[in-house]
Structure formats: C-alpha cells, structure tokens
Design a protein around this ligand. Structure first.
Ligand SMILES: [Zn+2]
Length: 767
C-alpha cells in the first residue's frame, strides 16, 4: 500500500479563529491563556481532519502563532539583545520580534520600545517570514521544546505525527548578519546549530516520534559551493548521532537537480520533492536516490486551488513505483498547504460550475488519499470518473475563452509599451505642472481601514446600505483623509482607498474572467491574511474601476492626488493564476485592462498615477537562467503596456516592498518615481545599489507593520545617512508601504514627524 502524506496544513482556522484570537490578545482584551487555547483547538481540529480523511503521514509543529521560521529563532535563542532586556514572557518576545512593540510605562511594568525584525517573502510565494538575524553576541541554546510539546499533544489524541522543522541549512541561509556584523556568513554558524537540532530531534525520538520532516526549500535556489557543502555536512552529521528519528529531507517550489550532488548518499531515510512545479527533475532525482530511501512525490499542488487531475497524477506516481516499488513511494502535497484556503465547503456564494473545478486544503487531503489508493490498486473508480468529468468540463467552459481578449494581446507592439519621451524630457515637462519642493512627501496609498469602514462595507454587501448611501460614506472617508493630509502638509495626496477591501481583490472583482471567494483566506504574515481572487478565464475590464473615487478626491483639494492602481504582475501573483495557459499571457491580459484604466484616469484629470508592483520581485524565477531572463523582460513589458498610454506630463509612480530588489529590474519599468520599502534595509551597501538609479525614488522611512512611532529625530538621522550616498534632488520622502493595517493615532504621529524631517532638510538645502 502506497502511503499518503501532507507536508503541513493551514493554521489560521476555518473561520480565521487564529487572527481574531491573536489580535484580541495584542489589544489586551484577552489573556495569553485564551490565545494558547485557541491555538490548541486549531491544531487538534487539523490533525483530526487529516486523520479522518485517511492521510497516513500527518505533520505536527506546522502550527505557529506568527511564523515557523521565527519559531525556530526563538527555539534556538537567536534573539537579538534588544528583545531580551525587558524580561518579557516568551510569547511576547516572539510577537515583539515579529511586529515590534511599543508600550508606555505602567505602575508595574517599564516602557518598551523595540522595532521588529526584517520580514521577507518566503521564496516566490506571498507568505512572509521573519528573517533570522545573527548579531555579535549569539548564545545558541534551546528555549523550550515547541516541536516536542505539539507532537505529544497529537499523540495524546491518538494521532502519530511527523514533526516538521525548517532544516539547518535553509534556516541559516535564509537569515542574515545584523548591520554591526556584516562580515559574518550565517552558514558559518552551522557547527553551533547542529548540536541543537540533534538535541531537539533526540527529544522528539524520546517522545515517540519515529520520523521527522526537515524542510530544505533552499535546495531549489542557486547555492554557492559552501552552502552545498553545508547540506552534505549537516545531514552526514545527523547520520552519526544516535537516538534520532528517521529524517525525510523535503524540498519544494522548484527543481533540486543543480544541487543534487550534495544530496547523494546522505544518511536520510527519504526525500520529498515538488513534481507540480518541477516534473522535469523526475529522472534525475530517481537516479540519485539511494537503495533503501523513500521518495515522497509532491503531486497535489500546495500553492494553487485547481482540482488535481487524478489520471495524470496517478500515472506519474506509477512511474516512481515501477522504479522503486510501492513501499518506497509516498503520494504527497507538493508543499505545505499553508498557501491554500482552508475549505471549499465554506464557499456558499461561489458559482457551482466553478466550484467543481476547485480544491482547497481540506479537499486536497482527499486528493492525496485517493491517488495513493488508486496507485495501490484499490477501487476508487467513482472518484476517478467524477474527477475526469470535472477536468473535461473546465477545458470546455464558457467562463474561460474570450476571442476579443486573445486578439488584443496578440496586437501588443513596441509602441504600446514605450512612453512617448525618455525620462529627462518627461521630467522637464512635468516640473512646471507639479512645482514640487525638494524632498517631496507622500504616502503609498492606503490609510487606516477602521472598524467603521469595515462595518459599512459589510452593510453594503449585505444590502443593508444603498449604493447611494455607501458612496456618501466613502466620500466622507475620502474627505477626512484629504483634510488630514492637507493639515499635516503632505505634498502629494492620496484618496486613502476606503472603498478597497484589498489591493488585488478590489480590481479582481471588477474584471471579467475573475472569480472570488467569501472565505478563502490565506496567511500572508502574522495575523494578516489575504483572500486571493482566482483567475478563471480570459481577462477584460467591462468599465472604469477607480476613476470615480480619484476624481472626487481631486475635486476637493488644490494639491495633486495620485490615482492608485495595482499593477499587472501583482494582480497576477496575488491571485490564484490559471494553470491552463502561461503566466505571461495572463499578465498581458491584465496589463491591457489596466492600460484602459490608466488612460481613463488621465482623461478624467488625474495627473499622477501610481501603479503598484510589490510582487514583481517574488515572481522572479528562483534560479538564474533563460526562464528568469525572459520573466524580467515580459514582467517589465506588462507594466509598461499598462502605463505607456499617457502623455509626458502625466507622472507615473510605482511601489515595491518586502523583497530584495535589484535596481536593474525596476529600471526597466521606466516609472517616473518609484517608492520602495527601506526602513529595515538601511545599510550602506543597499543604498549604494540604488545610487545610479536614473529616475526619482522614495526610500521608505518607517515600518508600517509595526505600531511603533519613530521620532522626528529618528527620521532626520535616517535621511542624513541616506544622503551620504543618495542625491537630494531625486529623493522622495514616504513610509515603507500602505497604512491600512495601522491605527489613526500612530499614523498621525508618524507622518507628522516624517513631514517635519522632510521640511528640516528642505530648509537646510535651500540655505
Ligand atoms: Zn508596499
């Protein structure tokens, strides 16, 4: 009998229970015990669900209150000094590292003021992890034993699990040295870390774990020789220790073939690889697998929501069985299911036809089990038949094909993707229009999404508020944001986006070819979840999407208001894309829809239009090579198709965040002004990379994920540092990202300090 395995399950709860519990705790409304209890309930529910679905290998320690990489930093005591000096409880240390903490002094407790650690994208997904940061005074040791506690918790329920931990090489390689310690290569810390892994693995074995899953997703990257050697060293080391559980080394999100040499002859019991993303690695990895090692075949997509094709997957798995024998093959999800929504059954409003094409995390459990049964020769003919008819129906669906859209995509030419004049000439034409001072101040687009906004949006969606009443409410919110920005004297204003639930979903809901869910939440970071819309067919824009709000905002102020749109690549990346046509085609379809919107905004009198592309970096193929070079060309072209229909006088902005950007990538977009996340990347090397960026740039000056308020002096110091390498005449002043997750009090204070700092330098330079 071929076994089935699930590499991890969403931890947010079927109705976002974790978010509600975490935020209630942060707001001081509930106790730590209340929060811990909710975590326990979710874990229990997840394990039972998998057990009942018939999954053979179920993960534990896939749960986290914030992020699984951050959990490891706490477990191994990789906690920078600034978090330990307050003697906070461990749960609060974890949250302080994840999101920063600022607390006024009380009678019993001193004031706390710490910034968060850097947060970056988890490979090419829209999940963010908290980057391990290695300082000078590290003292590795075990802090508690979370993986053991959660294993025992499942065991007490009668469920044997396979604990999962990020492996030692990925943990170190995904980390960085702090800015006082830049010469340190985190990989050099391997020798100190391996005994700690051994200790926790031995504890797991003593608790009854027979097998663990160590995730080494970095194996799908281009690894330097010392990192490849570290893989060999780490797993050879584990092979020499006694009383360890069996180890399955798991990798996903791409091919491991370029690093395959480092995996040969490792003393591990088996491997897991992702054959959804990289089926082409099949022959090479089969040839590299040792005599008694197992192969976990990741064939059910952990990153997308389309129903698996059972016939195709089964024949793929059969090939592995033919080579290795049934007892050495496992049918698995391609990665953790963390990146998919919890349960399709929660979608009562979704079109029944479309619903028949989808599969969320809960449904995927049944998929791995059915494929495993099928390749083991059990009778699952009814399931196979239903699956085959769903696959055929989707291919012929009227939701999918639109000839007008296809024709328009094939008509894209160089003229459509090039601005009329190069940047210096555009700048010369724009300056008299805008007359901006040095260090112009602006924000990224969104302002706090208050409870009031959510309540009114809900009422409108439920029909309790008429379209007129809702528009009146939205306009009053826009007016409030405009007056606020005038009052604190920002230079370029935004309308604040009160009408938008999400920067992608909002547009998705207005485009033809999209479907959207009511409860399809996926964790993005911490307690922030997103509800990605689903691209089901050819995409087009039936009517203007954002013109009304921008025009209203501009009509009530003399200052310039930016029109705000989400770029084609971000719409694509933050949606569940189609898997039946390539992503480039989907990006061009989106670019054409957005081009119409950009042109409509210009025609309606909006002179500055920002098209955000925060996801452009995460879309970059993980390895260097032809696919990556091609992506760089088509991703930039899609952006330019969207933004090149305007006159030279119209100023195009763009925004990027939460990734390591290469200035050369954003140069190709030819936006007049870009703003980037920068507040936690303020080392001299990173600034130097942007020194020669030809157009204007706003370096994000404060972290919007944290409620912390930087002082005016803090802004001044930061700007001073940047000005050592970066020219004042290109310098815009703005936060890292949009402010929708923040409260009004901290927003008011932070922005006021930011504007004061900009004015300080403006005066200095005018003297
Ligand atoms: Zn951003």
């Amino acid at each position: 009998m071929v076994q089935s395995a699930v590499l991890g399950f969403p931890r947010i709860g079927p109705n976002r229970e974790l978010k509600k519990a975490t935020e209630a705790y942060w707001n001081g409304k509930t106790s730590a015990e209340d929060l811990l209890k909710v975590g326990k309930e979710i874990r229990e529910q997840n394990w039972k669900l998998q057990k009942e679905a018939g999954v053979d290998i179920i993960a534990s320690n896939d749960f986290s209150f914030y992020d699984q990489v951050l959990d490891l930093s706490v477990l191994f005591n990789v906690i920078p000094e600034r978090y330990t000096k307050y003697q906070l409880p461990q749960l609060d240390v974890l949250f302080a590292m994840g999101r920063g903490l600022q607390r006024k002094a009380t009678d019993s407790e001193p004031a706390v003021d710490v910034t968060a650690l850097e947060m970056v994208k988890w490979f090419d997904s829209n999940y963010h992890y908290v980057r391990p940061t290695f300082g000078k005074n590290l003292s590795f040791k075990l802090n508690g034993q979370k993986p053991v506690d959660e294993f025992l918790e499942a065991k007490a329920l009668g469920i044997q699990t396979r604990p999962v931990l990020v492996g030692p090489v990925s943990y170190l390689y995904l980390g960085k040295a702090d800015k006082d310690n830049l010469e340190l290569d985190p990989i050099s810390l391997l020798d100190q870390l391996l005994p700690l892994y051994t200790e926790i693995l031995q504890k797991l074995a003593a608790a009854g774990a027979t097998e663990v899953q160590l995730d080494e997703p970095t194996l799908v990257l281009d690894l330097p020789a010392n990192v490849q050697a570290a893989v060999k060293k780490a797993y050879t080391y584990f092979g020499q220790q006694s009383n360890l559980p069996k180890i399955t080394l798991a990798s996903y999100f791409g091919t491991v073939v370029p690093n395959l040499e480092s995996l040969k002859n490792l003393p591990v019991s088996g491997f897991h690889f992702d054959f959804v993303r990289a089926p082409e690695q099949f022959n090479d990895v089969l040839a590299a697998i040792g005599q008694n090692q197992t192969l976990s075949v990741g064939i059910v997509d952990g990153r997308n929501i389309w129903k698996n094709n059972f016939a195709k997957s089964s024949s793929f798995v059969q090939q592995a069985i033919a080579k290795l024998g049934a007892e050495r093959v496992i049918v698995a999800t391609s990665s953790s299911l963390l990146h998919t929504p919890v349960d399709l059954e929660n979608e009562s409003k979704l079109d029944a036809e479309l619903k028949n094409y989808f599969s969320f995390a809960t449904q995927k459990l049944g998929e791995v089990v059915t494929i495993a049964k099928n390749v083991s020769g059990q009778d699952v003919s009814a399931a196979l038949q239903a699956n085959a008819s769903a696959i055929t129906a989707r291919a012929n669906s009227t939701f999918i094909n639109d000839q007008t859209v296809k024709d328009r995509v094939s008509s894209i030419d160089a003229k459509m993707s090039t601005r009329a004049a190069p940047f210096p000439q555009r700048l010369a034409e724009q300056q008299p229009v805008f007359n901006l001072p040095l260090f112009p101040t602006t924000t990224i687009g969104s302002f706090p999404q208050t409870k009031d906004i959510r309540i009114n949006r809900n009422k409108f969606n439920k029909g309790q508020l008429s379209a007129e009443e809702y528009e009146k409410f939205i306009n009053s919110e826009i007016e409030r944001v405009i007056r606020f920005q005038e009052e604190i004297d920002l230079d370029v204003l935004v309308h604040g986006e009160p009408e938008r639930n999400d920067m992608v979903q909002y547009f998705g809901e207005q485009l033809k070819g999209y479907a959207f869910t009511t409860n399809g939440w996926v964790q993005s970071y911490g307690s922030r979840y997103v509800r990605p819309p689903i691209i089901v067919g050819d995409l087009s824009r039936p009517k203007a999407m954002s013109v009304k709000e921008s025009v209203y905002a501009q009509s009530i102020t003399k200052k310039h208001v930016k029109g705000m749109l989400t770029g084609p690549i971000t719409c694509l990346r933050w949606s569940f894309p189609r898997d039946d046509i390539d992503q480039q085609t989907q990006a061009y379809q989106l670019a054409l829809a957005l081009r119409d919107e950009v042109n409509d905004l210009e025609a309606a009198g909006i002179k500055i239009i920002q098209v955000d592309e925060p996801a452009i970096r995460e879309g970059l193929p993980l390895r260097a090579g032809a696919e990556r070079s091609a992506y760089q060309v088509w991703a930039a072209e899609a952006f330019r198709v969207a933004t090149s229909g305007v006159s030279n006088k119209t100023q195009i902005h763009s925004h990027f965040c939460y990734s390591d950007l290469d200035p050369n990538h954003i140069k190709a977009l030819d936006a007049d002004v870009v703003s980037i996340e920068f507040s936690k990347k303020d080392d001299a090397n990173y600034i130097a990379e942007f020194k020669d960026y030809p157009n204007h740039i706003g370096l994000g000056l404060f972290d919007i994920h944290s409620p912390r308020v930087p002082s005016t002096q803090e802004f001044i110091t930061k700007i001073e540092t940047i000005l050592k390498t970066y020219p004042a005449e290109k310098f815009w002043v703005n936060p890292d990202c949009g402010l929708k997750t923040r409260g009004w009090d901290e927003t008011r204070e932070s922005l006021t300090h930011m504007v004061e700092a900009a004015k300080y330098f403006r005066n200095q330079y005018q003297k």
